[in-house]
Design a binder for this molecule. Structure first.
Ligand code: HEC
Length: 216
């Protein structure tokens, strides 16, 4: 009895499998239970009859700012670098942990060109154009905001790091650059006790966006 049931079951499933086949190997044939394999909504780049412009992906309305973001109003020009240097202030309270994070960021992203001590002698040099020494006279005089700006938008031959380094990590990196320069990190920043309340935790969505300054 059991054997008969098994044989019947086997035959029934074999029949179903054969029925699902199609003469063309490029066609999937009949699907008994496709469930949610095929998406019902419009794809991001598919045309869409519901909108006037016929596109699914709609542009944000002019003049709007994504939630959790501040627009970064400085371009990659020397004038804007100077302006950013004068106007941007480090919003991160100085702590040894922030400095340690800054060192980690430097070692991960900058050391390869700028070198262990910032002399512009990293392992990638001279395969890449020589960066200036971070302890040179000019760079010693840059304000904190200018370093933040350079890392955000790049400078000359150097690429922008806005998409790889979060804004708060860029400020922590500035602490470490100051240390490399033999200056007091956090000297331009208010002491930690004056920061109240603490900066809000970054939202994961905001972190993945490449733009510059997020609301501190
Ligand atoms: C791939 C190599 C490379 C990496 C990585 C790199 N830099 Fe640079 N950096 C350069 C070069 C080359 C210049 C000189 C650019 C020029 O003047 O055209 C430069 C210039 C600079 C300057 C001086 C800019 C100015 O206005 O004079 C600073 C500050 C700086 N880099 C900081 C950093 C920091 C901080 C990092 C890590 C986030 C970093 N760099 C990563 C190659 C690099």
């Amino acid at each position: 009895m059991l054997r008969r049931a098994l044989i019947c079951g086997f035959l029934a499933s074999a029949l179903l499998a054969v029925a699902a086949c199609d003469s063309s190997p490029k066609q999937p044939g009949y699907e008994f239970m496709p469930e949610m394999v095929r998406s019902v909504p419009y794809d991001a780049f598919a045309s869409n009859p519901n909108f006037k412009d016929g596109k699914t992906l709609q542009a944000p309305p002019a003049g709007t700012v994504p939630r959790g973001f501040l627009p970064y109003p400085y371009g990659a020009t020397p004038e804007d670098a100077q302006k950013a240097g004068a106007e941007l202030k480090n919003p991160i309270p100085f702590t040894p942990e922030a400095l340690a994070r800054g060192e980690q960021v430097y070692r991960n992203f900058c050391l390869i060109c700028h070198g262990e001590t910032g002399q512009g002698d990293g392992p990638l040099i001279p395969k890449y154009p020589n960066p200036p020494s971070l302890t040179g006279k000019t760079l010693m005089q840059y304000p904190d905001g200018r370093f933040f700006h350079i890392v955000t938008v790049g400078s000359g031959e150097m690429a922008a790091y806005a998409s790889q380094i979060r804004p708060e990590d860029r400020w922590k990196l500035v602490f470490y650059l100051r240390k490399l320069q033999g200056l007091t990190p956090g000297a331009e920043t208010k002491p930690a006790t004056e920061f109240a309340p603490a900066a809000p935790a970054p939202s994961p969505a905001a972190e993945s966006l490449p733009t510059g300054g997020r609301a501190p």
